[in-house]
Design a protein around this ligand. Structure first.
Ligand code: DGY
Length: 328
């Protein structure tokens, strides 16, 4: 924030608490603003934009996702939009791998036993807490990673999977871009993955040992992981969602876990968040790890996001090129 506070040419009003901004305070204090910097959790609507008024030139979101914003309304009002791509790629890819490992290796159940003081009473069965291994093994020399969405974070996740011996990467591409097998082959060579292929969604469900959901949110991807998808998955497969909760039908996922259609799930995002009650079926599924949307929550990543979000809003306010702009 010293980037902002140190300036003589910009006056800044900052919500003083370490909590979600009070709406009434926001509507009052945003009046006449030239720029707004807001967290992803803020409700941004015509009420807020009207409250700011015609002086508003720039909106900077502290997130890479911007599907929660009224894009048409921003465009209509000629308000420039900044976001925080790239700087969070590694932080989120790290969490994706962590969730894949935690879900496959039963970390939820295993840590529960320790936390409840039940470790000494655990039966000494040789297969206690066993789950499928993410890395290739004598039993499973080939490992297939499936990606729903294959952008920056997905590719950074794949890169991390290479030392695990992943033999095949299959992905669902952006429907607005044509398949490019040459680019896939180049990337495969660059990352030393034997095969990278763009495939239909059903193939991802059927062939993957681990599926990473990494596509943007919004109406086009709503419940892309639905009953048909989950029923097609291998019973030993793991589903990881680090994108948006709306991509996965959570009621059906809970059923899939309960009835063992799939092995486990690792979720950094859940439908309906942040209102997830402790009695939510997914929270209570022993083979489901649920995190409160903390994919970017490493000190390094949040620091880099903060700097970029501030640089975006300053540039927007001063009418300069925005370092990371969403062109509306
Ligand atoms: C983003 O930046 O969109 C991530 O989901 C974290 O909020």
């Amino acid at each position: 924030m010293s980037l902002l506070y140190g300036r003589q040419d910009i006056s800044t009003v900052v919500w003083p608490e370490n909590s979600i901004c009070d709406r009434i305070w926001l509507l009052e204090n945003v009046k006449g603003a030239t720029g707004i910097l807001a967290m992803r959790t803020e409700t941004v609507d015509t009420e807020l934009l009207d409250a700011a008024g015609p002086s508003l030139k720039a909106f900077s979101t502290f997130s890479v996702g911007y599907e929660h914003l009224p894009l048409e309304e921003l465009a209509k009002r000629k308000i420039k939009l900044g976001y925080t791509p790239d700087v969070l790629t590694d932080g989120v890819a790290d969490i994706a791998i962590m969730l894949a490992l935690m879900a496959s290796r039963n970390v939820g159940e295993a840590t529960d036993v320790v936390r409840k003081g039940e470790w000494p009473r655990c039966p000494r069965s040789p297969f206690l807490f066993c789950g499928p291994q993410l890395s290739a093994s004598a039993m499973h020399p080939s490992r297939t990673a499936g990606f729903i969405g294959f952008g920056r974070i997905a590719q950074a996740t794949l890169k991390r999977l290479v030392p695990f011996g992943v033999t095949e990467c299959i992905y669902l591409g952006n429907p607005n871009t044509p398949p490019n097998p040459k680019a896939d082959a180049l990337l495969a060579r660059e990352l030393s993955v034997p095969s990278i292929r763009r495939v239909p969604l059903s193939e991802i469900a059927e062939k993957s040992d681990v599926v990473f959901v990494l596509a943007p949110g919004g109406p086009e991807t709503y419940h892309i992981v639905d009953e048909a998808f989950l029923r097609r998955m291998k019973p030993t497969a793991v589903l990881v969602n680090v994108a948006r909760g709306t991509l996965v039908d959570s009621d059906t996922l809970a059923k899939a876990l309960r009835e063992r259609w799939i092995w486990g799930a690792g979720l950094d995002v859940v439908e309906g968040e942040p209102v997830i009650n402790a009695d939510h079926p997914l929270v209570n599924e022993p083979r489901c790890i649920v995190l409160p949307h903390v994919g970017t929550a490493s000190t390094e990543t949040r620091q880099a996001m903060a700097v970029l979000a501030v640089e975006n809003v300053i540039a927007g306010v001063l009418g300069l090129p925005i370092p990371a702009e969403v062109y509306l």
